[in-house]
Design a protein around this ligand. Structure first.
Ligand code: AMP
Ligand code: MG
Length: 337
């Protein structure tokens, strides 16, 4: 189906990013505008993020429509991130989506944010059935499609990899988001400091690693025996090795022939190098989602909304409640059958 026949407007609103994507039924992205809340200090305070999204939602919608060279009248489907995420923030996206759908009298569909990361990756990388490593500010999940669901083969037991890196960066006095700054610092060192490496079965834990790094930064030896570059290097080598180990074991178990790397942390060159290297060892195709679509974005919500709509039709209003804790492996995926 081409642009003239239908366009989906997708709203991403699970955490820091308010984003609107406009995608046609063949998967072409016509417009995508992101507005990211960056805290002045500390982490994400849901009430402040909610205020930020409320202030910006209309401008972002108008800008995305303008970029797609269309108006609200050309939109035939509304999709929104329904789960998982921070309740007060998810609610804004759901509210705006319901308003647009009722105002325009067009169907609405809710989308699981984690599944959307995989679907936009499959579309953009032209990949059929990948094992996916999804690493972001809110999630760390190794998953693959099996028995009509995106099964989770490994995940974090506490904080996400992106959150851990951002917290370390904050402790070191670096501005948010910390990931790119830690990456630059890490490139300048090869002095490895031993850190906790915590893989439990197929799951990961980053909170002990974070505490150990915090102790290093606060220690009297910081700036003398080792510097921030060494800490950044050791953080990356340890945590990315943990991710790589679990991904490799999931690969051996599932025997998938493709690996997809996605989420904001996928921008990291060292992580890309490590995942690529296990793929080469296993003769597996390796793809990383184009960076504009690897982080949270409305285009992935729009595209996954189209897939769900094509297989199941629109949602009843009673089905549009948010679900902050919903796991991706609870949801059946009819479009993959
Ligand atoms: P997302 O939640 O998917 O939008 O991704 C945001 C997360 O990605 C934040 O925790 C960032 O610090 C992290 N991030 C972005 N770029 C990089 C990078 N080059 N290396 C590591 N982490 C990164
Ligand atoms: Mg995400």
């Amino acid at each position: 189906m081409e642009k003239e026949e239908g366009l989906c407007l997708g709203i991403e609103s699970t955490a820091h990013t308010w984003s609107v994507g406009i995608v046609d039924f063949s998967g072409k992205v016509h417009g995508l505008v992101n507005n990211v809340y960056i805290p002045e200090e500390g982490g994400l305070h849901p009430a402040l993020v909610r205020e930020h999204h409320l202030k910006n939602f209309k401008g972002v919608i108008l800008k995305a429509l303008q970029e797609a060279k269309c108006s609200l009248n050309d939109i035939s489907l509304i999709a929104f991130s329904q789960s998982p995420g921070l309740g007060p923030i998810l609610r804004i996206g759901a509210l705006v989506a319901r308003l647009l759908s009722q105002f325009r009298k067009i169907p609405i569909v809710g989308v699981n944010h984690c599944i959307a990361h995989i679907e936009i990756g499959r579309l953009m990388c032209d990949i059929e059935d990948p094992l996916t490593l999804y690493v972001s500010g809110g999630n760390t999940i190794i998953s693959a499609y099996e028995s009509a669901r995106y099964q989770i083969f490994g995940e974090t037991l506490d904080i996400s990899i992106g959150n851990m890196i951002d917290m370390v960066a904050r402790d070191a006095g670096l501005a948010h988001p910390g990931g790119p700054k830690i990456e630059k610092l890490a490139e300048k060192s090869n002095n490895y400091i031993s850190l906790p490496y915590v893989v439990k079965g197929m799951d990961l834990s980053f909170s002990g690693l974070y505490t150990a790094i915090r102790h290093l930064i606060e220690s009297s030896e910081f700036g003398k025996k080792f510097v921030l570059e060494d800490v950044a290097y050791s953080l990356q080598e340890t945590s990315f090795s943990m991710l790589t180990e679990v991904t490799e074991r999931a690969l051996a178990h599932t025997k998938k022939s493709e690996v997809l790397l996605t989420g904001g942390v996928a921008a990291n060159k060292r992580l890309q190098e490590m995942i690529k290297s296990i793929c080469e060892d296993h003769g597996t195709r390796y793809e990383v989602v184009p960076l504009k679509l690897a982080g949270d974005n409305g285009a992935m919500i729009a595209w996954t909304g189209i897939l769900r709509f094509k297989s199941e039709g629109g949602f009843d209003l009673s089905q549009t409640n948010i679900n902050p804790k919903e796991r991706m492996d609870n949801i059946t995926i009819p479009w993959r059958n």
